[in-house]
Design a protein around this ligand. Structure first.
Ligand SMILES: C[S@@+](CC[C@H](N)C(=O)[O-])C[C@H]1O[C@@H](n2cnc3c(N)ncnc32)[C@H](O)[C@@H]1O
Ligand code: SF4
Length: 512
């Protein structure tokens, strides 16, 4: 670790705190919680989306009924961007693509109608909305308006508590950017998530971002003037980032007129069919990516700078001054486990005990839509064990596991499941539990992905068994279906996957 030459007393104190945190992380690694080289795969859904098998529309919806209040969170995906960022694993079409965007809009409109017919409804009652990508604001203003018109005709917004757009800063500046901001607001959007990623131009260049820091700040100021609630996103651990320039970025970030700051650790291991160029970069030159130790310190440094400026972690990785400034879409889906529908390429639907994923390929997407079918190609209807693991992993990672809600969606009391794991995680100060909830401690929240991975079935662990130290927190320990399901579980021999069977798994802890 290099200390800034001009590092002030505050800066030295913050770095000392980060060293202390690193020391704690190393102890957890030695106990088996984190794999040997510190690599990670974020726990976004359970089981991991990349591992779903093909499923037909009829199989996915068999026996599905809408929630009683018929409210659904809605996601729409736009797979278009100006250029490809190095870290991005999403399949997107680059450049203007005016005709392709028109074609895509026509398909999206049809997909919504097909989906509503499948659910037997004439409009979708929205609980919250997220329009993401890609860059949904890469549409020309007329196309943006076309989309919002047909979308809002099909969506009942009366109970929608938040309408969020995920945007790239470069699309919110200049006269066209201002026009987009006006149109989105006219149709009810009230919150923006802006992908700032860094405020250091050399890092933005290394990321191949289509904007510089000045443009990001201008986009924030423009959006603020329109009255949007604002969340900005940063990546730490990318090529070009050092502790020193990261501290400068965070110190600048806390002065910006935004409500929330969201931190992502660089994900190098791809989680979809496409591999971002960062995968090749790391393979070619592993030292070009900051080492695990620096990445952990970057995270702690950011948390401390944010804390000193009044930003608290109110939803995992998201820091705000006021608790109410959280993403309703993320909260409803990952903490409350409410039903959500998704439209567009790579979009998914999470429907209580099932999950469907749309195709990642444009041609396939258009072909399904033209046939009048949903473009779903992979998914799962979870069995009881997977449902128990899902209802543990998502809320525990993102905010807290509420035992009453857990029992509603699984039919099993939480106090009867995962007893050995829960006891051990408490012993290591990673979780706390009372009659009503289970929650990560501050230390547990720092390594949230690894803590909740403890509840994955062995076949869905991100790394093979030998990638972890054989300590008490080894994730494969005490992890049979009976451990997971408690007294209602099958005998330990049925379905438990011995560690040896996954030793050759290509998803090893190490370079992909
Ligand atoms: C779904 S992406 C789309 C955001 C938008 N297209 C943009 O780049 O401005 C949402 C956020 O995920 C984060 N992200 C995407 N790929 C990542 C990766 N490989 N590692 C870490 N964070 C990533 C970025 O912070 C990004 O802003
Ligand atoms: S990170 Fe965002 S802007 Fe960059 S290529 Fe991916 S989706 Fe597009």
């Amino acid at each position: 670790m290099q200390l800034k030459e001009n590092c002030s007393g505050d800066c030295r104190e913050i770095l000392a705190g980060a060293m202390q945190r690193l020391h704690e992380i190393k102890k957890l690694q030695a106990a088996g919680l984190i794999c040997h080289d510190g690599d990670f795969v974020p726990s976004v859904h359970y089981p991991p989306i990349t591992q779903y098998a093909p499923i037909t529309e009829d199989e996915l919806f068999a026996g599905y009924t809408l929630p009683e209040d018929e409210l659904l969170d809605i996601y729409v995906h736009f797979p278009f961007c100006k250029q490809h960022c190095t870290f991005c694993h999403y399949p997107v079409k680059l450049g203007e693509q005016t005709e392709e965007k028109d074609r895509y809009l026509t398909a999206l409109e049809r997909e919504m109608d097909t989906y509503m017919a499948r659910l037997g409804i004439g409009r979708i009652k929205a609980r919250s909305i997220l329009i993401g990508g890609g860059t949904p604001t890469s549409l020309a203003p007329e196309q943006l308006e076309r989309f919002l018109r047909f979308f809002c005709e099909r969506v009942d917004l009366r109970q929608c508590s938040q309408f969020n757009y995920d945007v790239d800063p470069g699309t919110l500046v200049g006269s066209v950017g201002l026009e987009r901001l006006r149109i989105m607001m006219e149709y009810g959007a009230n919150r923006l998530t802006i992908g700032v990623q860094s405020l250091d131009d050399s890092v933005l260049k290394a990321m191949n971002r289509p904007h510089d820091a000045r443009t990001a700040i201008e986009a924030i100021e423009n959006s603020r003037r329109f009255g949007y609630q604002l969340n900005i996103e940063f990546i730490f651990g990318h090529t070009g980032e050092t502790l020193e320039n990261w501290i400068a970025v965070m110190e600048k970030a806390v002065t910006l007129p935004v409500d929330e700051i969201q931190l992502y650790r660089l994900k190098v291991l791809p989680y979809g069919d496409r591999h971002g160029s960062v995968v090749r970069l790391r393979r070619k030159d592993p030292l070009s990516i900051p080492p695990f130790e620096d990445t952990m310190m970057m995270k702690q440094v950011a948390i401390e700078i944010l804390r000193r400026h009044g930003f608290q972690e109110n939803l995992r990785r998201v820091y705000s001054k006021k608790k109410e400034h959280y993403s309703h879409y993320a909260y409803n889906q990952c903490c409350m486990l409410y039903d959500q529908v998704g439209f567009g390429i790579t979009a998914f639907s999470s429907l209580r005990d099932r999950f469907g994923l749309n195709t990642q390929h444009f041609d396939e997407y258009y072909a399904w839509i033209e046939k009048g079918s949903l473009p779903l190609n992979r998914g799962i209807v979870r069995d009881r064990e997977a449902q128990v693991r899902w209802a543990t992993v998502l809320p525990l990672k993102n905010s807290e596991l509420r035992k009453a809600r857990f029992e509603e969606v699984t039919g099993i009391p939480f106090d009867t499941v995962f007893r050995a794991k829960v006891a051990r995680l408490k012993e290591f100060g990673l979780i706390v539990e009372n009659q009503n909830i289970v929650r990560l401690t501050e230390l547990g929240a720092f390594v949230a992905d690894e803590v909740v991975e403890q509840f994955n079935a062995n076949e869905f662990m991100p790394f093979s068994s030998d990638a972890y130290a054989p300590g008490p927190l080894h994730p494969y320990a005490d992890n049979t279906p009976r451990d997971a399901l408690g007294s209602t579980g099958p005998p330990a021999t049925s379905g438990a996957i011995p560690a040896d069977d996954v030793a050759d798994d290509p998803r090893r802890c190490g370079r992909p």
